[in-house]
Design a binder for this molecule. Sequence first.
Ligand code: DAT
Length: 163
Amino acid sequence: MRSLPNIIITGTPGVGKTTTITELLNLAQSAEPPIPLKHLSINDIVKSRDFEKEISDGEGEGGFIIDWHSTAGFAVRWVDLVLVVRCAATDVLYDRLSKRGYKEEKIQENMDAEIFGVVLEEAKEGWEEEQVIELSSVNAEDVETNAERILSWIKTWVLNQQH
Ligand code: DAT
């Protein structure tokens, strides 16, 4: 049994996954006692390493916060919670993707995926309803609120494991 949950933070590119995880890790580090979470950015490792191995090797300890725009390819048993970050404000999402230098076609593709909730539907196909949670991330305040919520879920998960 893991001592910390593994969590996927997923969602369309630009919704705020990495920003939320950065804030979460800051909060976890300054918690008393600190909670040793590990940011696993699939973007950064997918080309060079076998990410399945990375997660399954760490299965005993847990605490992986997986940052990826899809839940496809992850074994359901590895992941305790799937958090789907959403940005319903399409103008805001458009600006974020455009600042990233995405071409118009790629922006539209991602906007459509966000509007139709593609990532959320995919997550619901794999995990139980109570394991899949949507988090709205439109403004800076949302980042903090969402990170605090995630940390409190992690603490609750740990307590539940002990009983
Ligand atoms: P993702 O990891 O989902 O691709 P990101 O965390 O890199 O997205 O965020 C993309 C950009 O949008 C980045 O410049 C930070 C900004 N951003 C994300 N979420 C935000 C929020 N809730 N409020 C304000 N800016 C946000």
